[in-house]
Design a protein around this ligand. Structure first.
Ligand code: SF4
Length: 280
């Protein structure tokens, strides 16, 4: 058993909150740069240049990339030989979020009850997805999620007979309905298979994969490429004002499912597809 102090987890999470809200990964920066070069519409190009400038200013002046600094979402891989000491893992993550959002002057967007709607004033609690894995380390993937794009996400419980054509239709319908509300150019995360909730989690996990990377499954890689082309042919464009760049990537994750079903979840992320990954 390897011991990991909660103090180390709190500090790590705090830093991740601040980092992810000010800097995008190299993959996302590269995708924005590429889009700015290839975009057909002049207005679309101009918007993409503004997004590039915004990103530069965010990193240099330490101003968040977007005013919506998101709800804190974590995927946590806990090594089965790691022993957390000095406190509780979930509380340590929430304490890190509390400190990150307070000390980093990030907007606090979380309310304690979906109907009573009182702000918790520290952006907690985080949404945490745990996974137990071999090893003695804990790996955190932090993905703050803005709700402009989250609100445009969809889940479809398709029938097996709908097949791959049904999947394509569902993804295109979700993206078309999202339109400008998802702050395009977007990254489209798709989860296919599992159960109702598994598909949704897969679609969110898909957003944390590099936009440069395709699925390792050849038929899914083909589907990612085909859907990206079809989405960009919709003409929604940067900021929804028309153009050839509606999405920068379609990332699909799949899982086994039941003979009677074909769940498809579409989790849309805006151009601020932020994440930070650390291991302790
Ligand atoms: S959807 Fe993204 S870009 Fe739009 S307001 Fe939310 S975080 Fe910002």
């Amino acid at each position: 058993m390897r011991e990991i102090q909660v103090s180390q987890i709190i500090e790590t999470v705090k830093e991740m909150c601040i980092e992810a809200n000010h800097f995008l990964g190299e993959d996302m920066v590269g995708a924005l740069n590429k889009a700015a070069e290839t975009e057909c519409s002049e207005l679309g190009k101009k918007i993409l240049h503004q997004l590039q400038d915004n990103l530069d200013i965010a990193g240099k002046d330490m101003i968040p990339i977007c005013q919506d600094t998101g709800m804190a979402v974590f995927f946590v891989e806990v090594g089965q030989d790691a022993h957390v000491v000095g406190g509780d893992l979930t509380e340590a993550i929430n304490e890190g979020v509390r400190r990150g959002y307070t000390e980093g002057y990030l907007r606090k967007s979380v309310i304690s009850d979906p109907l009573l709607r009182v702000n918790t004033k520290d952006n907690t609690p985080a949404v945490i997805h745990y996974n137990i894995v071999p090893g003695d380390k804990i790996k955190f993937t932090f993905a703050p999620k803005g709700f402009g794009s989250e609100n445009m996400s969809k889940i479809y419980m398709l029938k097996p007979a709908d097949g791959v054509e049904g999947v394509k239709e569902a993804v295109l319908k979700a993206v078309s309905e999202a339109g400008p509300n998802a702050c395009p150019p977007m990254v489209v995360g798709v989860g296919i298979g599992g159960t109702f909730e598994k598909a949704a989690i897969l679609s969110k996990k898909a957003l944390t994969r590099s936009v440069d990377e395709h699925s390792k499954l050849p038929h899914i890689k083909d589907l990612e490429e085909e859907l990206l082309t079809k989405i960009n042919n919709l003409g929604i464009g940067p900021a929804g004002l028309g153009g050839s760049t509606t999405a920068m990537a379609v990332n699909i994750e799949t899982f086994a499912t039941h003979i009677a079903g074909l769940p498809v979840a579409v989790n849309i992320c805006c151009h601020v597809n932020r994440h930070s990954v650390r291991e302790v």
